[in-house]
Design a protein around this ligand. Structure first.
Ligand code: GLN
Length: 191
């Protein structure tokens, strides 16, 4: 059985756990979901989900728990919103001292669509069909290498991408798939 972690320091943790369990049932792939709060929790995972929330806080809490070295080693990582910012190789609008995993070849621009009040829901085109995308103080994501495959578009803009780097797999979305679909979690499970 696959062991998939959900970083559980802050943000949309419960929503990802439910989406993961529904995805597991839909693809008949049993998973053990591990809530990751400490280094021990992060050991031996097949993959981890980094939920949305606030990347400055996630960064600070990961540092406090000394989670960077263990999370950096996990082979499959799925980051949504703040989680996508944590994954990005370069980040615009980072605060001083903010630390990132910097694993995936995307550029993330924090809060690029505006403040909390400018959060929105829109129909977006994904490789799994059209869905509702929920954008909450979302970053703008731009693939920074041709190995990054777009997985979803909002108009012309890429709002989700996937990259295979050697034996490692990274999936990032600027919206919150866990709120409206299980398709991205199913894709992640099947990797
Ligand atoms: N704006 C937040 C950040 O920069 C991300 C928002 C979210 O994850 N919904 O971390």
């Amino acid at each position: 059985m696959k062991r998939i972690g959900v970083l559980s320091l802050q943000g949309g943790v419960e929503e990802h756990i439910s989406a993961l369990l529904s995805a597991s049932a839909k693809c008949s792939m049993p998973v053990q979901v591990v809530e990751v709060r400490s280094r021990e929790d992060a050991e031996g995972l097949d993959g981890i989900i980094l939920p949305g929330g606030e990347s400055t806080t996630i960064s600070r809490l990961m540092e406090r728990e000394n989670l960077f070295p263990s999370v950096l080693k996990i082979r499959k990582i799925f980051g949504t919103c703040a989680g996508a910012i944590m994954l990005a190789r370069s980040v615009e609008g980072a605060v001083a001292g903010q630390r990132f995993l910097s694993l995936m070849d995307i550029t993330a621009s924090r809060n690029a669509y505006g403040s909390q009040l400018a959060s929105f829901e829109a129909r977006i085109t994904t490789v799994f069909g059209t869905i509702n995308g929920v954008f909450i103080r979302a970053p703008r994501l731009a693939p920074a290498s041709k190995d990054c495959q777009p997985m979803a578009f909002y108009g012309e803009e890429v709002v989700a991408a996937y990259q295979k780097k050697g034996e490692r797999h990274f999936l990032a979305s600027s919206f919150h798939p866990e709120l409206t679909t299980t398709k991205f979690h199913e894709f992640f499970l099947k990797l």
